[in-house]
Design a protein. Structure first.
Length: 202
């Protein structure tokens, strides 16, 4: 048996260090922006490439169902990654750089929120969609790693992981989703006078 225990401990030690460096003020601002769009019942479009696309899809499940399962009003998260035939048609017939932009074009409203995910902050198709959203007048929430890249500079709200490591960045992006989802779930249920007790299938 190969002994990977030191490597395991080293990986999580690095991740703990990054967690300690997260900007709680910025995370709080982003969370309040999400709640504002929840209250206004506007659409929240989320998208990304690779692991970020999985995070985007997971967020739709957690916010539309997990957070809102037992409350009157629902989040309106829409993931631009979830229709694979649409994405493949756009990538093949138009350009992979347009797979997100095209889905927003002539549909996005200035009241909507765009939540763009890119570990590097420089994914071409993500940046093109964000540029369009800014022309429409939408608020931008960027979920990034490394130095934040172009996306962080273009964003009004920042879910940033200060790590030069894609796997730790993606770990904590998923962590942002679960952290916010759980806090909102408890907050919204308590606001409606309910007792937030998480139930799992048995």
């Amino acid at each position: 048996m190969i002994d990977f225990k030191n490597e395991i401990k080293e990986y999580y030690a690095r991740e703990i260090k990054v967690i300690e460096e997260l900007d709680a003020d910025e995370l709080n601002k982003a969370m309040n922006a999400l709640l504002e769009h929840y209250e206004k019942e506007t659409n929240i479009y989320v998208f990304g490439n690779g692991g970020s696309s999985a995070t985007a899809s997971h967020m739709v499940c957690d916010f539309n169902k997990g957070t809102c399962y037992n409350v009157e009003k629902r989040f309106r998260f829409i993931c631009l990654n979830d229709n694979i035939p649409t994405m493949m048609a756009l990538a093949n017939d138009v350009s992979f750089d347009d797979v997100f932009y095209y889905q927003l074009e002539n549909k996005l409203k200035k009241e909507d929120l765009v939540l763009a995910i890119s570990g590097s902050g420089n994914s071409h198709n993500v940046i093109k969609a964000v540029e369009y959203a800014k022309k429409v007048g939408c608020e931008i929430m960027g979920m990034t790693g490394y130095d934040g890249g172009k996306l962080d500079k273009m964003s009004d709200y920042h879910l940033h992981v200060p790590a030069d490591d894609m796997q730790i960045t993606e770990d904590l992006h998923m962590g942002f989703d679960h952290m916010i989802m759980q806090i909102f779930w408890k907050y919204l249920e308590k606001r409606e006078g309910k007792n937030p007790v998480y139930k799992i299938n048995k």
